[in-house]
Design a binder for this molecule. Structure first.
Ligand code: PHE
Length: 444
């Protein structure tokens, strides 16, 4: 996709790669393992899969539908489709929430760059188990390094979005993503053959029902939205570049199953090793950064392979961060294509600055709490567990009650039973589920 004017994806595969690139990123590889760890394992995984398929996927289809019909950015889409009505506010909410997500996404992207640097300079091998924990703690507590790395990551993201090389990046996804997949399979095999690995498998698949509660459910729903890039208009934006002829239903299914598959694989790399090597599963955002080098330590040529791995991880993270930036940039650019460059730099700079408090919240600002959460955790929580559910609710209600049945039927091109299932979910089940889960957590 060329981004210097309102171009279109020329092929279906181009669109799927862009949408899957947006979805598969830190959500599946970093956030999934650590939230599974802090939410007790198996039951959370089950709820995450159910939320992805029953709520996330139908709403993803709705976002695709809105984007492709309107051929416009997340705010203009609603102005075009529902002139004079307040629905466009849902688009603005998406802009704000996606900018907030990118503010801390950039911090974690920075950690990946720092780890890549350490991998290239062979500092990520030969350590004891404690060594990797200490390495992560010392990195996140070092304000200059984290901010510098965050700045570099944001610089790369902005550079890609403003320069029109996004298409190239997405096409590279054609082999980068499968390569990441293969890496994960190999790592999972190593992790699963460590002594004591079965404990980790049990943690992931043998249900401990004591964790079945509304809080776990909200966390699973939030992660499903975050992981599928649903609820902020990212998929509206991408589908707006999709020609009318392409089918959106199969694209949505592909994105959903690939995302679940990568998440489970990431879990199968992390948890067997967590238990086999004696770490705690509930250590939060550092989990993946601590465990991965420890797993690479256990494989031949690990110190070289980990370099390739972090390059692939960086790549997967960038295909998500560019979609996050694209939402806001496309809203501010509208039809002013010559403004694209300057707007991308300005928006990106503001988001970078907004992310600095999150970057510092593991070190010098670790004593600041908002609603009992660090700044980083707070932004993560309100975006995934409040902002995205509200956005997703608005998008599903819009499609359900604003578009006529014959319109959505023609757009989705599903067999009758499939269509009515989708319609019942977006009209009734998803809204009720989102409202109940959110209100319960607000007041209970
Ligand atoms: N889905 C992305 C990830 O898992 C994050 C994202 C959220 C991207 C919302 C775009 C919009 O990393």
């Amino acid at each position: 996709m060329v981004s210097s004017n309102r171009d279109q994806f020329t092929s279906k595969i181009g669109f799927i790669l862009a949408a899957a690139g947006s979805a598969i990123g830190l959500g599946a590889i970093w956030k999934f393992p650590y939230t599974v760890g802090t939410n007790g394992g198996s039951v959370f995984i089950l709820l995450f899969i159910l939320c992805t398929l029953l709520i996330g996927l139908p709403i993803l289809m709705s976002e695709f539908l809105i984007g492709r019909r309107s051929q416009a950015d997340a705010v203009s889409a609603f102005k075009k489709e529902a002139p004079g009505k307040p629905w466009f506010l849902a688009g603005w909410l998406g802009v704000i929430v996606s900018a907030l997500i990118l503010s801390f996404y950039g911090v974690v992207g920075g950690w990946i760059l720092s780890y890549l640097f350490r991998a290239v300079t062979f500092q990520l091998n030969g350590g004891s188990e404690e060594h990797y924990g200490e390495l992560f703690s010392s990195l996140i507590a070092n304000p200059w390094e984290v901010i510098f790395a965050q700045a570099m990551f944001m610089f790369i993201t902005i550079f890609i979005v403003q320069s029109g090389i996004k298409g190239g990046i997405e096409r590279a996804g054609k082999w980068m993503m499968p390569a990441l997949f293969i890496f994960f399979i190999l790592l999972a095999i190593r992790s699963l053959t460590l002594d004591g690995a079965m404990e980790g498998v049990k943690f992931m698949f043998v249900p401990d029902w004591s964790y079945l509660n509304m809080e776990t459910l909200l966390n699973a729903l939030g992660l499903a939205f975050f992981s599928l890039s649903v609820g902020v208009g990212a998929m509206i934006t991408y589908a707006s570049y999709l020609p009318k002829t392409e089918t959106i239903t199969s694209s949505a299914f592909n994105v959903a199953w690939m995302n679940i598959a990568i998440s489970i694989l990431a879990g199968l790399v992390i948890f067997p090793a967590v238990f086999a090597l004696g770490y705690s599963p509930a250590q939060g955002p550092g989990l993946v950064f601590i465990i991965l080098p420890a797993v690479f330590e256990q494989i031949p040529m690990g110190s070289v392979l980990i370099i390739i791995f972090f390059i692939l991880l960086l790549f997967a993270t960038l295909t998500s961060s560019i979609s996050l930036l694209e939402i806001t940039v496309s809203v501010f650019v509208k039809d002013n294509y010559e403004k694209r460059r300057s707007r991308a730099w300005i928006v990106g700079l503001v988001i970078f600055l907004a992310g600095i408090p999150s970057a510092l919240s593991f070190g010098v600002w670790s004593n600041i709490f908002i609603m009992d959460k660090s700044i980083f955790d707070f932004i993560d929580y309100i975006t995934a567990n409040v902002g995205m559910p509200i956005g997703a609710l608005a998008f599903s209600l819009f499609v359900a009650y604003y578009y006529k049945t014959n319109v959505t039927k023609a757009e989705l091109n599903l067999p009758n039973a499939g269509y009515w299932l989708w319609r019942t979910i977006v009209c009734v089940i998803a809204p009720i589920a989102i409202i109940t889960i959110s209100l319960y957590n607000l007041f209970a």
